[in-house]
Every structure is written in structure tokens, then in C-alpha cells.
Design a protein around this ligand. Structure first.
Ligand code: PGA
Length: 252
């Protein structure tokens, strides 16, 4: 098995202001010294706070990422941000295909594929989000839905070490509900198989598979110890430095 290490990513979504972004990132940097070396910490603030966050984490191992990017390098796209712009702000990652964008901005797999390619073009590591709705889970189709999303959104021939995939059941995001350990295991195994089928054994094996959806200090240890779980994409709990750090400390 590839030595994938862990990625604990905080998606701050549309929260905070300049002061709180600086405070939160400084507090995370201040508390990061006890975290295992195999655990990478990533902060994804709102785009307007990238610069302040970059300054607060400068010279540390904490990484910076964007929450989304446009597929083009530049142009007449009012309100959008390119992957190149994120790279220029010292980002090393970008989240693409989050269910909030798929839903509220009608983004489908084909666009997610183009955004993931744009990220690679700019030298960023994309984190592609996939996950089933509650209805799809209840119909017993979660594994199939996720494998289909992966097939349509993972860039062809990608170097697996530059890609992470986050399994985020739509019904678990921000709801306080999480799948059972068996359900996470089953979807993560299906994702690993789909990625190996798509990209070949070695590339498929080197992709980090994150779990996201109501990850908290209280459930992080049991989720992060599951095989095929290489990290977490954390929303609500990433807005508290102590909660975010406890989640990272739960990796044993
Ligand atoms: P949550 O969000 O941790 O608040 O459920 C996760 C996400 O949307 O990435």
C-alpha cells in the first residue's frame, strides 16, 4: 500500500472576517506542534482571507487551499477566481465539486472534471468531493453513485499523489449525522476500487481518500482509524482552532 499520510483539511466556507481568519489561523499554527509529522494540516478560508491566512501560516507546515476555482486561467468571468490566482496566493490545494457548489451553483461532474484539470494545470492538488444524497443512500445506491461521480470527474492519467478525493455524503454535511463505520468503509473501498480501475493500481492506490460530513473531535478517532480513510474534510468544526486541532490529534 502507498504511504499516503493524512490530510486534515478545514473548509471554512463563507464564514468569518479578517480578524477572525487571522486569529483562527494563528491559533492553529500555535497548537500544531504536537501533531504527528504524517498529518498535513490544510486551511481553506474564503478567498478574500487567503492573504491574511497565508501571512499567519507563513514559514510553517500548515498549507493553504481555495474552496473552488474557475476552469479558465483568466478572462471575463465576473466574480470567479482561477486556479492560477490561487497558486499565486501560495495555495497548494483547491476543493472542487463540493456538494454546496454542485447544488447551489448547479455544477455537474463534467465541470468538476474541468476544474480539477485547471487545478493540476496551475500546480495545485485538487480535492474532488463526491457523495450521495439521502434518497440515494436509502435506495442502496451510495457506492454506485460515488463510483459514477469519480469516473466522470477524475482527470485522465492523473498522478495519484497529486489528488485527494473526499467522500461527503450530502445528508451528513452540517447535519450532525454521520454514516456508520461499515458504511464509510464500504464507500471508501468502492472508491479505491473505482480509482484503481480508472487509473491503474499504483496511481489509484496513492490517492488520499478523505471523509467529510459532521466530523467532530468526538467522532474523529473512530473515523480516522478506518482503513482507506486518509484524512478528513472538516466544515463546522474547522472554525474552532481547538476542535480542528483535536481532530488532527485523533490520528494515531
Ligand atoms: P461539516 O461540513 O463538517 O460542517 O459537516 C463538511 C464539508 O462540507 O466539507
Amino acid at each position: 500500500m502507498a504511504d499516503r499520510g493524512y490530510l486534515i483539511a478545514g473548509n471554512w466556507k463563507m464564514n468569518g472576517n479578517l480578524e477572525s481568519a487571522t486569529e483562527l489561523s494563528s491559533a492553529i499554527v500555535g497548537g500544531a506542534s504536537n501533531i504527528l509529522e504524517t498529518v498535513e494540516l490544510l486551511l481553506c478560508p474564503p478567498a478574500v482571507h487567503l492573504q491574511a491566512t497565508a501571512a499567519a501560516i507563513s514559514g510553517t507546515n500548515v498549507r493553504l487551499g481555495g474552496q473552488d476555482c474557475h476552469e479558465a486561467e483568466s478572462g471575463a468571468f465576473t466574480g470567479d477566481i482561477s486556479a492560477e490566482m490561487l497558486a499565486n496566493m501560495n495555495c497548494s490545494y483547491v476543493i472542487v465539486g463540493h456538494s454546496e457548489r454542485r447544488d447551489a451553483h448547479h455544477e455537474g461532474d463534467a465541470l468538476v472534471w474541468r476544474k480539477a484539470n485547471a487545478a493540476l494545470r496551475a500546480g495545485l492538488a485538487p480535492i474532488i468531493c463526491v457523495g450521495e444524497t439521502e434518497q440515494e443512500r436509502l435506495s442502496g445506491n451510495a457506492e454506485e453513485v460515488v463510483a459514477k461521480q469519480l469516473k466522470a470527474s477524475v482527470p485522465d492519467g492523473v498522478d495519484g499523489s497529486r489528488l485527494s478525493v473526499a467522500y461527503e455524503p450530502v445528508w451528513a454535511i452540517g447535519s450532525g449525522r454521520t454514516p456508520t463505520e461499515e458504511e464509510i468503509l464500504s464507500v471508501h473501498s468502492a472508491m479505491r476500487k473505482a480509482l484503481k480501475d480508472l487509473l491503474g493500481h499504483d496511481a489509484g492506490d496513492s490517492i488520499r481518500l478523505l471523509y467529510g460530513g459532521s466530523v467532530k473531535p468526538g467522532n474523529a478517532a473512530e473515523i480516522l482509524m478506518l482503513s482507506e480513510v486518509d484524512g478528513a474534510l472538516v466544515g463546522g468544526a474547522s472554525l474552532s482552532a481547538s476542535d480542528f486541532l483535536s481532530i488532527a490529534l485523533a490520528v494515531k
